[in-house]
Design a protein around this ligand. Structure first.
Ligand SMILES: Nc1ncnc2c1ncn2[C@@H]1O[C@H](COP(=O)(O)OP(=O)(O)O)[C@@H](O)[C@H]1O
Ligand SMILES: [Mg+2]
Length: 132
């Protein structure tokens, strides 16, 4: 089976928006749609939760509590971004200049209790090709 262009060779989606906007919820639904089964935890404390989807690596980051760039190198995150697969990152601004340019920058805003506004900025040629 040909894998999704999200999974191969490589896609990076950054998710921006205030606490409670729905970034983790969006990622959960995306991972479910790609076929991830079982519990999908918020990576707020672990910083990264790894998955394997259709044989490809998927990494879900939350940089909310991230404040040490050396932690980044120690944890091998740089290697993850250099390797194939799908990377999803909440609070990308808190990772400083360590992150590459995302293929999509996704902004989620609350628009009332049960409404959200999602804006997608495609920042790379691959990101543009992924647009519907
Ligand atoms: N599209 C949506 N519509 C309504 N409620 C949502 C939506 N997305 C998330 N929520 C609710 O908002 C709350 C916070 O969501 P969460 O995904 O944890 O936010 P974030 O990761 O941006 O901090 C949760 O209670 C969730 O059920
Ligand atoms: Mg979150």
């Amino acid at each position: 089976m040909a894998s999704s262009p999200l999974l191969w060779p490589s896609t990076f989606i950054a998710l921006d928006g205030p606490l409670g906007a729905g970034k983790t919820t969006f990622v959960r639904h995306l991972l479910r749609a790609l076929g991830v089964q079982g519990r999908i935890k918020s990576p707020t404390f672990a910083v990264m939760e790894p998955y394997t989807v259709q044989g490809q690596a998927v990494s879900h980051f939350d940089f909310y509590r991230f404040d040490d760039a050396r932690e980044w190198a120690d944890a091998g995150f740089r290697d993850i971004f250099a390797a194939p697969g799908l990377k999803l990152a909440e609070w990308p601004g808190r990772a400083g200049a360590l992150l590459p340019v995302p293929d999509w920058m996704l902004h989620i805003d609350t628009a009332g209790n049960d409404r959200r506004e999602v804006t997608v900025h495609a920042c790379t040629p691959h990101g543009v090709a992924l647009l519907p």
